[in-house]
Structures are given as structure tokens and as C-alpha cells.
Design a protein. Structure first.
Length: 293
């Protein structure tokens, strides 16, 4: 009988690429991970990995087992969700990951409603950039989290996750009163998200499509800070509608032909878990109040 925990380690190795990364994700030592994977190979009866120095690659049998492991892990999530439906009342931690603007706007009403309907839930929110949410869900640091993509910067879906739409909104060019297209601000200072974030990638792509590389003066990830810097004449930036319901005095928001989409995601197989379903419903209700009319 193959051990489920070891199948999870094998699946994580396929996703993360190195034993060291798997060890870090599980707070194990690399030696402990290697031992567990060696035990899994003995259970399977065939070599699953080929080791060359510090590098590890999957054999054909290992690749087959990884595909089946994903099916097994999803089935276990569904089983856990089905059993949870028999519990009386929802209790325990519910870990939610969201980007800062959503934490400030979408989540508070949802948290209030969840607390009213299910007082036994321990609601725990973590601010995360959308690019970091899939890994946090797969590593079980989160139970549900908010993802984003833009029509100018689509993101490939993670096969281990499921999601439903929350919100679609417009994107603006925020300036200190001036008007124009992004190309008209090629010589301006730009306020960008931190490198590696989705916001940074989108702004860089918009500038690239307009024929220039942005001259970045500031990096800021919170849009309240971004708008304050724009109002102070420190540069221009891209801002989604959710982040700018009432911009500061002197800030002009120029609509761009760009849409941002936000989804709420969870591990495949957990959609019917009562706590996940309750969270999704509450966040979707909150998001409806921000939907474009």
C-alpha cells in the first residue's frame, strides 16, 4: 500500500523541482524528504527517481505515479469535504489569502457575515500577492485565496486548484491631472509594484506595448500609497477600479482598455467542503457590490 503522505512529497517534488524546496515547504530536513521518497520507491517496487549528484529527475514510472498521485490527493480532499458535511456546525481555522486591496474592501463584509453565520470558524487572513497564492494553497498554508489575471497578462491555471469568478473591473492610468495614453508618459517617472508581483508585470507589459521601458522612481504595492505618491507629483501608475473608488484630490484616472479579473481559488476536490463553500459564498456576495454596472 502506497503511503499518502509520501505521495504528497513526490507530487511536491514534481512541482517544486528540488528536494530542498520540498523540505522547506514541509519544514523537514532534506535528508528526511530523501528517506521518505526512498521508502516510497520500495513501496512502489520500481525506481521513481534518478539521482545525479544533487539533481533529481523522474523516471517514466515516477511520472506515471505523479499523475496518479494528483488523482488520489484530489479524491482525499473530496472525501474530507464529504465527511465535513456531517459535522454539526462549522468550527476550526479557515485560512484566507488575499491581496491588500481585497483585504481592505472585499473581505471585511465577508468576514463579518461568516462570523455571524458560523461563529465557530476561526477566520485567519494573510496578505499575499496573487502570484504567491497557488503555492500557499498547494502547501496547505491557505484553505482559499484570491487569484488575479489581466487580459493583457493572462495567467495559466494551476491544475491542482479550482476557482470561481469574483470580480471583473477596469484599469486606469493615474496621473497628477495630466491626460493621455501610456505612450504619452514615456518620459514620466513611474510608480510600480515590487518586482515579481503581478502588478509590476502588468505595468511593465503595458509600457512595453506602448513602445518604451518605464523609468521607475518608486516601488509600492499598496494602492493607497500609490495614489498618495501620484497626488504628490511623484509619478504615474496603473490602478484598478477597486483600489480607487474616490481618488485623492488632483489625481486623474484615465480609463484604459484593460480588464482585471479576480477569482477565489481552493484545492481541487474541496469545493463542497462546508467551510470552503461558506467562504466562497460570502466573498462572492461582497464582490457583487463592487461589480461594474
Amino acid at each position: 500500500m502506497l503511503d499518502v503522505r509520501r505521495l504528497q512529497l513526490l507530487s511536491d517534488l514534481h512541482r517544486l523541482g528540488t528536494i530542498a524546496a520540498v523540505a522547506q515547504a514541509h519544514t523537514y530536513t532534506p535528508s528526511a524528504v530523501s528517506q521518505q521518497l526512498s521508502t516510497l520507491e520500495r513501496e512502489a517496487g520500481v525506481p521513481l527517481l534518478e539521482r545525479t549528484g544533487r539533481r533529481v529527475t523522474f523516471t517514466t514510472a515516477g511520472q506515471v505515479l505523479v499523475r496518479h498521485a494528483e488523482t488520489v490527493l484530489t479524491a482525499l480532499e473530496r472525501t474530507t469535504a464529504a465527511l465535513a458535511a456531517f459535522a454539526t456546525g462549522l468550527t476550526g481555522p479557515l485560512r484566507i489569502g488575499a491581496f491588500p486591496t481585497a483585504v481592505r474592501t472585499l473581505l471585511p463584509p465577508a468576514l463579518v457575515e461568516l462570523g455571524r453565520r458560523h461563529p465557530g470558524l476561526e477566520l485567519m487572513v494573510t496578505e499575499l500577492d496573487p502570484v504567491d497564492v497557488p503555492a500557499a494553497l498547494r502547501d496547505r498554508r491557505l484553505d482559499t485565496g484570491l487569484l488575479q489575471d489581466y487580459d493583457t497578462h493572462p495567467v495559466n491555471p494551476d491544475p491542482a486548484l479550482e476557482s470561481v469568478p469574483l470580480l471583473e473591473e477596469g484599469v486606469y492610468l493615474a496621473t497628477a491631472g495630466a491626460t493621455g495614453t501610456p505612450a504619452d508618459f514615456r518620459d514620466a517617472a513611474w510608480i510600480m509594484g515590487s518586482p515579481g508581483t503581478l502588478c509590476h508585470a502588468v505595468a511593465a507589459q503595458v509600457c512595453h506595448d506602448a513602445g518604451f521601458a518605464p523609468r521607475t522612481r518608486h516601488h509600492a504595492d499598496d494602492y493607497t500609497t500609490v495614489l498618495a505618491l501620484v497626488a504628490a507629483g511623484q509619478g504615474v501608475s496603473l490602478v484598478p477600479r477597486l483600489a480607487a473608488p474616490e481618488p485623492p484630490p488632483g489625481v486623474r484616472l484615465i480609463p484604459l482598455p484593460i480588464r482585471r479579473r479576480t477569482r477565489i481559488a481552493y484545492r481541487r476536490g474541496t469545493a463542497d467542503h462546508p467551510a470552503i463553500a461558506a467562504c466562497v459564498a460570502a466573498v462572492r456576495e461582497s464582490a457583487d457590490t463592487y461589480a461594474d454596472r
